[in-house]
Ligand binder design. Sequence first.
Ligand SMILES: C[S@@+](CC[C@H](N)C(=O)[O-])C[C@H]1O[C@@H](n2cnc3c(N)ncnc32)[C@H](O)[C@@H]1O
Length: 304
Amino acid sequence: MRPPKSKSHRENTVGPWARQKLDALESYLVAYQDVMTNQPFRTVFVDAFAGSGHYELRGSPEPDDEEVSLIEEDDVQQQREFIDGSPRRALGLVKKFSAYRFIDLDPERVKKLEALGAQFEAANFKVLQGDANSEVQKIAANFGAPDLRGVAFLDPYGAHLHWKTVADLAATKKFDVIINCPIHMAIDRLVKRSGDVPDNWAKQLDDFFGTREWYDVSFHTQEDLFSSEQRTKRNDAAKRQLDLYVQRLRSVFKNVSKPSLVRNSRGLPLYYLIWAGENGRGAPIAEHILSLGSKVSVPKRRVT
Ligand SMILES: C[S@@+](CC[C@H](N)C(=O)[O-])C[C@H]1O[C@@H](n2cnc3c(N)ncnc32)[C@H](O)[C@@H]1O
C-alpha cells in the first residue's frame, strides 16, 4: 500500500509556499558563508534530495478533495513563473562553498544537475545518482579531515529521510542540517486513524524516527468494559510526532531551532523546517531566519 503520489512529484512544479523554504535556505547559506569566510575551514554543501534545480511555480490550489490537496494536487495554472531550487541557490552564492555534492534518485533530474556544474563553474562539484540515505551516510563516514565543515539540506517529499542519516551527520560534529520535516504532508498521513498501520508504512516511520515511539505518541489506549484494549488516535498526534522528532534531534545535536511551519495557499499545514547543528554562531542566525516564516527575504548575494 503506497500513499498517493502527487502530480508535482512527477513534474517539475512546486507550490508558491516552496519560496519560503528556499528563501530561508538561501538566507542561511549566505550567513553561513559570511561567518566562515575568515576561518580556516573548507566548506561543503550537501543537497541530499536535490531535485532538478529549477521549477515552475503553480497558482492557487482548487478547493477539492482535502487529503489530496494537502500535497498540492490539481492546482490551477495561472501565469507562468519560475523559481530556482536549492542547487542553483547554493551554486550561485557570491561566497562559494569549497565543494558541492548533489544527490537525487531520478536520472532526468540528475542530468539537469550535472549541467549546473559547468554553468556555475563550480570547482569541486559532484552529482550522485542514488538513495540520499546511503550516499549521505558515506559522506558522513568520510568527513574526518579537521578543517572540513558542512551544511546538509535534507528536503524529501515524503518520509524518505532516515534517522540514521541525520544521526550520522550529527556524529561528525561538523555539519549543520536544515531539515524539511514533512509531518502533515507525509508522516501523520501514514499513521492511520484505526491504529492498523500497514507493515511497510510502519517500517518507513520506524526508519524516519529511528524508533517505534511514533506509535505511542500518536495513540491513546484504554481498556473497555470487557478489559480489551481500545486504541484511539490522539487529536494532537501530529504535534506529538513533531515534538518527538525535535526531542530526537536534541539528543544528537547541540543546538536545534524552533520548527518553522510552512502552510499551503489555503493555510493548511504542510511541513516544518528545522535547523540543527553544533555551530553556536549559526544557531541564533538560523533561529531568526526561520522565525520570519513566509516573511523571510533573501540578501542579494547570488549570481544566476
Ligand atoms: C522536494 S524535492 C527536492 C527539492 C529541492 N531540494 C529544491 O528545493 O529545489 C525531492 C527530491 O528528492 C528526490 N528523491 C526522492 N526520494 C529520494 C531518495 N531516496 N534519495 C534521493 N533522492 C530522492 C526526488 O526525485 C526529488 O527530486
